[in-house]
Design a protein around this ligand. Structure first.
Ligand SMILES: [Zn+2]
Length: 491
């Protein structure tokens, strides 16, 4: 019965969904438990109030917001906000041209429609035009969905109305305000949110002086930086002057100035060990000058993967249609496969012994989990692994070839395990979806203030002890049968 299905997901197998519904009535509690985990894991599913805002790490690992791009090449993306400006934007464009630099301009829709010829001039010079809302509105936490949607949509329309052929798939919220709501609405219009390197916020709009602006950028310059500057507003004159120092100095140090799309396309694969080479998921899409759509492929995979532990089966969907299916092995009950909604975050060839020929890593916060091959094909179809998804080498090699980094991977199931099993006893040092569920429960009840990481740490133990004390249970800081009952997770 234990199955929950991603809410609002149109890609889930309808058969599974039906089963999930039928099985649910037997044990509503478990469904609720699953929902709590959903709320914790998947912020797009609005189930509980007061959930802590998601961190940079959350959005960054999902590829939903870009702050900077760790790469080996000496490439830097200069970005200019709030324009276009009839005076400063052309001056800045002339400087960029002098140094063979391309940049990204986050324009407001309002100004783009007032200065369409400046927008066209930028596009023709090879710069990118990103969206910075229509009226430069701050999307603070109370801002309605309607306002966010309208601001992004109207700016997109205004930029397109200037007649430029390609607009960048990047949205930058004014003031750097970000949230799940903003990310989701931006996605509707094909945008990924782009902020800036924290060490490259020049605050040029405050007119700190040319020395300060140039000094900030030059002192902190690193590969893959996204630098925040403004081509419109009080400080734009100082910014223009500062560029006269920044551009020659960084060029002399060997830096190349590229657009955000070029930078993102160059994204480095995590290092593989000496046994293998780093994957080339984005290599094909890594050449500057290729279309913006393709450079953004890492963020918008046409594929999604659903893993069904009941049938030991992995199904790949392409554009929402069932595409391919493979038999798999999953974790043993004592080392369960992490139930939840994840993404592929790295890919390796011949990563190490025990992983077969290919490895596709998932962004599970409490451990290293992935989809990999095996040199013991007889284990396929059974629950045999230490929590990873194991498949035949020939099959994982196929997946490796066509699934890009960023592809979503949904592992169905219930965090507390299969119905005939008692939930695991949990203590400090344990980790898993069940730990995440307990943390979520303790937090709702006011005992736990930390993040739901799935790691049973000292804070979790402390919270559990307080819960046990208040509920007249043995105060041992270990999650066992009576704790599960007291939390309403089993009956
Ligand atoms: Zn701005």
């Amino acid at each position: 019965m234990q199955y929950f299905v991603r809410l609002g997901n149109d890609k889930v197998d309808p058969i599974l969904h039906k089963e999930a519904q039928m099985s649910m009535k037997s044990k509503l509690l478990c469904w609720l438990a699953g929902s709590v985990v959903l709320a914790c894991l998947f912020p797009s599913v609005v189930l509980a109030e007061g959930i802590k805002p998601k961190t940079r790490e959350f959005f960054e690992t999902r590829g939903e917001i870009v702050w900077e791009v760790p790469i080996e090449e000496k490439w830097i993306a200069l970005t200019f906000d709030d324009g276009p400006d009839p005076v400063y934007t052309p001056q800045i464009a002339a400087l960029l041209k002098q140094y063979g630099a391309r940049a990204t301009f986050f324009v407001t829709g309002d100004r783009a429609s007032r200065y369409p010829e400046t927008v066209r001039m930028l596009a023709e010079a090879g710069h990118e035009l990103g969206n910075h809302t229509f009226r430069h509105i701050y999307f603070r936490s109370g801002t309605s969905e309607r306002v966010i949607d309208e601001e992004i949509r109207k700016a997109k329309e205004a930029i397109e109305a200037t007649g430029i052929s390609v607009t960048a798939p990047w949205f930058r919220p004014p003031g750097g305000y970000y949230s799940e709501k903003i990310v989701e609405i931006a996605k509707r219009y094909g945008y990924t949110v782009v902020l800036w390197s924290w060490h490259q916020d020049t605050k040029d709009w405050r007119r700190p002086g040319v020395d300060r602006i140039a000094g900030k950028v030059l002192r902190n310059a690193r590969n893959g930086d996204i630098v925040l500057l403004h081509d419109h507003g009080d400080g734009a004159g100082q910014t223009t002057e500062a560029l006269k120092r920044i551009l020659p100095e960084l060029q002399a140090r060997g830096y190349r100035f590229v657009t955000v799309s070029e930078l993102v396309a160059k994204r480095k694969q995590p290092n593989a060990n000496e046994a293998g080479k780093p994957a080339s998921a984005t290599d094909a899409a890594a050449r500057p000058g290729k279309s913006l759509k393709r450079s953004n492929a890492a963020f918008h995979s046409p594929y999604s993967v659903v893993i069904d532990p009941l049938r030991n089966r992995l199904t790949v969907y392409r554009d929402g249609q069932k595409f391919k299916q493979y038999p798999i092995a999953l974790g043993k009950p004592e080392t369960p496969t992490p139930v939840g909604d994840w993404r592929i975050v790295n890919k390796y060839k011949n990563w190490g012994s025990g992983f077969g020929t290919r490895w596709l890593g998932l962004n599970v916060p409490w451990g290293t989990y992935g989809i990999h091959g095996t040199n013991r094909p007889h284990s396929i179809g059974r629950d045999a692994s230490h929590g990873c998804v194991r498949m035949l080498n020939a099959h994982v090699e196929e997946l490796y070839n066509y699934l890009p980094i960023g592809t979503s991977v949904t592992i169905l199931g219930h965090p507390l395990g299969e119905p005939h099993q008692s939930p695991r006893d949990l203590a400090k040092g344990d980790s898993g979806a069940d730990v995440m569920l307990i943390q979520s429960r303790l937090r709702s009840a006011g005992y736990f203030k930390g993040a739901c990481t799935g790691k049973f740490d000292a804070k979790t133990e402390y919270a559990l002890r307080k819960f046990e004390q208040d509920n007249g249970l043995p105060v041992d800081g270990v999650m066992n049968a009576h704790d599960y009952v007291a939390m309403g997770l089993v009956d």
